[in-house]
Ligand binder design. Structure first.
Ligand SMILES: Nc1ncnc2c1ncn2[C@@H]1O[C@H](COP(=O)(O)OS(=O)(=O)O)[C@@H](OP(=O)(O)O)[C@H]1O
Ligand SMILES: [Mg+2]
Ligand SMILES: [Mg+2]
Ligand SMILES: [Mg+2]
Length: 323
């Protein structure tokens, strides 16, 4: 007997692959047209589309990407970005532009990093996912954007969904509505102060992505009273900076997995511009100059200034207990 929802899962996995590749094609096209000399570290590559067995996948992605690339321009888009009627690309051009994301990263100079769909598992469950882009210059994140199509615009309006978080170094952190035609103005974000009664953790849903049992112990050491908020993707960073949770805590599961720069670069500048602090679990700065991964950084801790130092101490204590 086949497992429950096997067909739904197959459809959803195929949809996410289409979303991943076509989003990377569209975003890399815009970046390539506007900043032609900037390299891109993108999560996806076109190898599966180029394979002999990849014809159906390739055709569908080319169709989807071209649908977006050739759609009539929105008020906030420009034809010089390679968008609008008449801007269709061939299959070869689409695969090449996806592979423009193959850059290996660098210590110096400027490059972009893209996660076309972050929180793949969340997307598959119909929950949170995000489209994430950051500009890194000389290893420092200068700009970050996290688009969350399924995130409520605030915790008090659960039915209104779709937010974009934007931060530019020294220019603040903002939340905008996802729809460019919405009259809502950008909201300037600052991580609020949490009391012992309101503090809680923001953590992954997937046990394979973070050691949730360790988070539980850290919460106990901190005297946290509220249950954790589990959410997929970098939407967690958006939730943190607008005060929907007090601490972002992500501890390695012990498999030797290295965190990818596209999973944290936009969140890093967003947290700092909202007045918070982001480091690894040992208090080391996240190093975006080592290539496609964060190298030896061990986990991620982000929170408001005072809370952050308390979390690092609690992590240390919980680790010592475990030794
Ligand atoms: N073993 C392991 N350890 C840590 N992280 C991992 C691991 N495996 C995958 N990933 C990355 O986790 C990204 C999703 O992050 P989240 O945990 O926030 O979301 S989710 O709950 O998994 O959806 C996810 O990003 P996407 O692939 O873009 O979804 C992965 O890059
Ligand atoms: Mg990701
Ligand atoms: Mg992804
Ligand atoms: Mg992935």
């Amino acid at each position: 007997m086949s497992s429950p929802y096997a067909a739904e899962k197959q459809v959803a996995v195929a949809a996410v692959r289409l979303g991943d590749f076509s989003a990377q094609a569209v975003i890399n096209t815009i970046l390539g047209r506007t900043f032609p000399s900037d390299p891109i570290v993108g999560e996806e590559d076109a190898a599966d589309m180029r394979a002999e067995s990849g014809a159906a996948l390739r055709n569908r992605i080319v169709e989807l990407a071209n649908e977006t690339l050739t759609a009539p321009l929105q008020p906030d888009e420009h034809e010089s970005w390679g968008l609008g009627p008449g801007h269709a690309q061939t299959a070869e051009e689409i695969m090449d532009v996806i592979d423009k994301g193959n850059y290996g990263g660098s210590r110096t100079g400027r490059f972009w990093t893209l996660d076309p769909i972050d929180g793949t598992k969340g997307f598959l469950r119909g929950e949170q996912y995000a489209v994430c882009l950051a500009l890194i210059v000389d290893s420092r994140v200068e700009l970050g954007v996290i688009g969350c199509p399924n995130l409520p615009t605030s915790s008090s309006s659960p039915d209104e969904r779709g937010c974009v978080f934007v931060a530019v170094r020294n220019q603040g952190a903002y939340q905008l509505p996802l729809s460019a035609s919405s009259p809502t103005l950008p909201i300037n974000l600052t991580i609020p102060t949490f009391s012992q009664d309101t503090l809680n953790l923001l953590e992954s849903v997937e046990k394979a992505h973070a050691k949730l049992s360790f988070n539980e112990r850290v919460a106990e050491v901190l005297g946290v009273k509220r249950a954790p908020t589990r959410m997929d993707s970098q939407a967690k960073y958006g939730a943190l900076v607008r005060g929907d949770g007090g601490v972002y805590l992500r501890m390695p599961t012990g498999t030797g997995y290295r965190e990818k720069i596209w999973d944290h670069a936009p969140g890093a500048v967003l947290v700092e511009e909202a007045g918070g602090v982001i480091t690894d679990s040992r208090g080391q700065p996240l190093d975006f100059g080592l290539g496609r991964t964060l190298g030896e950084n061990f986990g991620v801790v982000a929170a408001g200034k005072e809370v952050h130092s308390r979390v690092l101490e609690a992590v240390k204590k919980a680790k010592e207990e475990g030794n």
